[in-house]
Design a protein around this ligand. Structure first.
Ligand SMILES: [Mn+2]
Length: 367
């Protein structure tokens, strides 16, 4: 049963066509439809005798007020045989779990969002040159999204050259790209209401320096190892912990940290350079709904879930104790991974991430 805005030829001149009450039935397959203005009046009858009300409190104060007052009125009429709902349940408890497991149709749409986003990242690699501004890359990436029919970026694009890549939520995107720096691009398209979320880090001039390559290869090693583990039954924490193990051991090898990896993990010293979680659920929202813990335990992933795998290392310009050659380097590599019955599928595979692939693509683009 839908309550909708009625047809209104005068308003429709300004705002566009409405399906109206009739359209709610013929186009949207509602069993019954009414004007939204009738909602308050019909609410009492609809709630009378209903045991459980599924309603999300706290989204709309006016509607909350209407519902609560209606229930209070009904309680007062108890002796006349009017029965108010016994419970109010957040429909999110059901809907969010449904959103977490994707249908084949949803997977097809998310694959398209991923393909569009991968194309944008490839074009960013092919176009980047020293002297360009971060916002030029941002504009290009978002142009590729729209060119392919995506509605918009799924979140504010992060385009950070050099040390800007070490600022996790950098969104100024207005610095000049410098020869010899890396560029981190974290951007994803929203297509048919579904999000993609890719991060790639590549050299502005097309060639990784040795220190850049050392940090990059370490992050890539952690990312590939975590992706390899993605299959039904593995927990979110097991994936994250694997990335911590690999990155911490690598940081000791590179001289970014000193000491026993096990101890550095226990004392969380690794968080100086790897301070975020490995990833998140992805779907209609970029940080999608769904619980990461069940009964206090890290959740096991299931077929049909889509999650991002996005380890990173961020060595700020002023990072004390870090070898000079690594300062100002920020690297994150992020892909969108669908859990399948026997493993996983990387939806964003079309965005290059091996050093040789990236350098080759960028060299070709320069001609
Ligand atoms: Mn992400």
């Amino acid at each position: 049963m839908l309550f909708v805005r009625p047809r209104d030829p005068e308003r429709e001149v300004w705002d566009g066509r409405r399906a109206g009450v009739e359209g709610a039935k013929s186009e949207y397959e509602a069993d019954a439809a009414f004007k939204i203005e009738e909602f308050r009046e019909k609410l009492g009858d609809l709630l009378n005798g209903t045991k459980h009300l599924y309603y999300r409190v706290g989204e709309d104060a006016e509607l909350d007020d209407m519902v609560i007052k209606q229930i209070a009125r009904m309680r007062a009429l108890g002796r006349r045989g009017v029965h108010a709902p016994e419970s109010i349940t957040d429909p999110g408890t059901i809907l969010h779990e449904m959103r977490l497991i994707k249908t084949d149709e949803e997977i097809a749409v998310m694959s398209r969002a991923a393909d569009i986003t991968a194309e944008a990242h490839r074009e960013a690699m092919m176009s980047a040159r020293p002297g360009m501004n971060e916002y030029e890359i941002e504009a290009l990436v978002e142009y590729v999204f729209r060119r392919n029919g995506a509605a918009a970026p799924a979140y504010t694009s992060i385009v950070g050259g050099g040390a800007n890549a070490t600022v996790l939520h950098y969104v100024n995107n207005n610095a000049t790209l410098r020869d010899g720096d890396l560029l981190l691009v974290d951007a994803g398209a929203e297509y048919e209401t579904y999000a993609a979320d890719i991060t790639r880090t590549f050299p502005v001039n097309g060639r990784f320096t040795k220190p850049q390559a050392e940090v990059y290869e370490l992050v890539l090693e952690a990312q590939l190892a975590a992706i390899e583990m993605v299959k039904p039954g593995v927990t979110i924490d097991e994936l994250h912990n694997r990335s911590v193990e690999i990155l911490t051991a690598g940081m000791v090898r590179l001289g970014l940290l000193e000491g026993q990896p096990a101890k550095l993990i226990e004392e969380e010293t690794y968080k100086r350079f790897y301070m975020h979680r490995l990833g998140h659920f992805l779907g209609m929202d970029v940080h999608d709904v769904g619980r990461y813990q069940l009964d206090g335990q890290s959740r096991r992933v299931e077929a049909g879930m889509v999650l991002t795998i996005e380890p990173g290392l961020y060595i700020a310009d002023g990072a004390e104790g870090a070898p000079d050659k690594y300062r100002g380097i920020g690297v994150r590599i992020e892909d969108d991974v669908l859990v399948t019955a026997d493993g996983n599928r990387v939806l964003t595979h079309a965005a290059p991430k091996q050093i040789e692939e990236i350098e080759q693509l960028m060299a070709q683009a320069k001609g």
